[in-house]
Every structure is written in C-alpha cells, then in structure tokens.
Design a protein around this ligand. Structure first.
Ligand code: COA
Length: 159
C-alpha cells in the first residue's frame, strides 16, 4: 500500500503502539500516525502533548508522519489519500470493539480497508489507562513507554 493511517488517542503513546508502527511500516510506503484531537474518552494529555510524544517516539523512522485529526476518521483518511486504516490487536477482548469500528468505517467509506496487526506478545498486556494508573501510584513506567512519554508522565504525576 502507498498510504495508510494508524489512528488512536495515544494518551500516552506506549511501546505497544511503537511496535505496531514499526510493523505497519513494512506494508506501506507512508504511514500517517493520526492522533485524535478530541477522542470520545477524556484524556490526561492535551492533543498537542500527545502529538509531541508520538513525534518524539517515532523520530528517525523513515516514512512515518504524525498529525492531529479531528472529526470522522474516514473523512481524514479520504483527505490524505489513505488506502487503509491500521489497528493493533492485543487480545480477544479487543476484537468486538475493533470489529464494530472497522465495519462502521467501511459503511461510511467503502474504499477504505482496515488492517489488523498483532502486537508483539511482550506488549500485549499494555494499555494507556493501566500505565497512567500505575504512574499515579509511583511505579517506574520506563519499560512501558518511550522516554518522551515517561518524562511527560513524571511532570504530570510528579513521581
Ligand atoms: N499497545 C498498547 N496499547 C494499545 C495498543 C497497543 N498495541 N493498541 C491499543 N492500545 C490501547 C490504547 O492504549 C488504549 O488504551 P486505553 O483505553 O487504556 O486508553 C486502547 O487500547 C485503545 O486506544 P487507541 O488504540 O488509541 O484507540 P482509541 O479507541 O482510543 O481511538 C479512535 C479510537 C480515535 C481511532 C476512534 O475513536 C476514531 O476513529 N475517532 C474519530 C471519530 C470517528 O470517526 N468515529 C467513528 C469510528 S467508527
């Protein structure tokens, strides 16, 4: 594929997301990591902070661009000429939500294909909420998130 979009809230970006980004690069010429400006869930970090963390985590990766998007994902994908949407699958529990999103997106914009990539098993248990929870309680999160996110979390949660 020439262009694919990897959307998410990235609140914050984790090594699990970076793993998906690295895998996705193998199947596309250009990967646009699309950070949702106002996702449905409340975020701990502003859109610009989430964007900066993803940018720093992906610096040096050829063919990867990181942007903010607002509104419908399929509309953004259409505007940037993407042929596919990448989503990472960690466990069976992700499937129902992802299936619903993929079919809704297809209904909204038929030409777009959702592609699921399996996260490496070493990251399959990670989630941004869990990482925020343990960071608030003072745990060392440096093995879960890239340095930029680790720094931001320390600033935010003071540990
Ligand atoms: N490693 C670690 N964690 C991962 C992961 C991986 N490989 N893949 C997903 N996750 C985690 C995320 O950290 C996040 O955890 P959290 O819920 O604890 O915060 C969770 O899985 C899912 O987050 P994410 O992948 O960022 O997706 P999302 O559900 O937050 O984002 C959007 C969904 C933004 C893509 C979707 O809401 C959207 O497209 N919005 C735009 C509006 C629209 O078009 N809506 C219609 C959609 S059908």
């Amino acid at each position: 594929m020439r262009v694919v979009v990897y959307p998410g809230s990235f609140d914050p970006v984790t090594y699990g997301h970076v793993d998906v980004i690295r895998r996705a690069r193998r199947i596309t010429e250009k990967l646009i990591v699309a950070v949702a400006k106002s996702p449905a869930k409340e975020t701990a970090f502003s859109a610009e902070e989430r964007l900066d963390m993803v940018r720093e985590a992906t610096r040096g990766l050829d063919g990867v661009e990181v942007n903010l998007f607002d509104g419908l994902l399929v509309e953004y994908a259409r505007q940037v000429g993407a042929e596919g949407i990448i989503r990472g699958l960690r466990a069976l529990s992700d499937f129902e939500y992802e299936f619903q999103m993929a079919l809704t997106n297809r209904k909204l914009y038929e030409p777009i294909e959702t592609i699921f990539l399996m996260t490496s098993e070493s990251y399959s248990y990670l989630s941004s909420s869990l990482i925020k929870e343990i960071a608030r309680l003072g745990a060392d999160i440096s093995s879960f998130v890239p340095p930029a996110a680790c720094r931001k979390m320390k600033e935010r949660f003071g540990k």
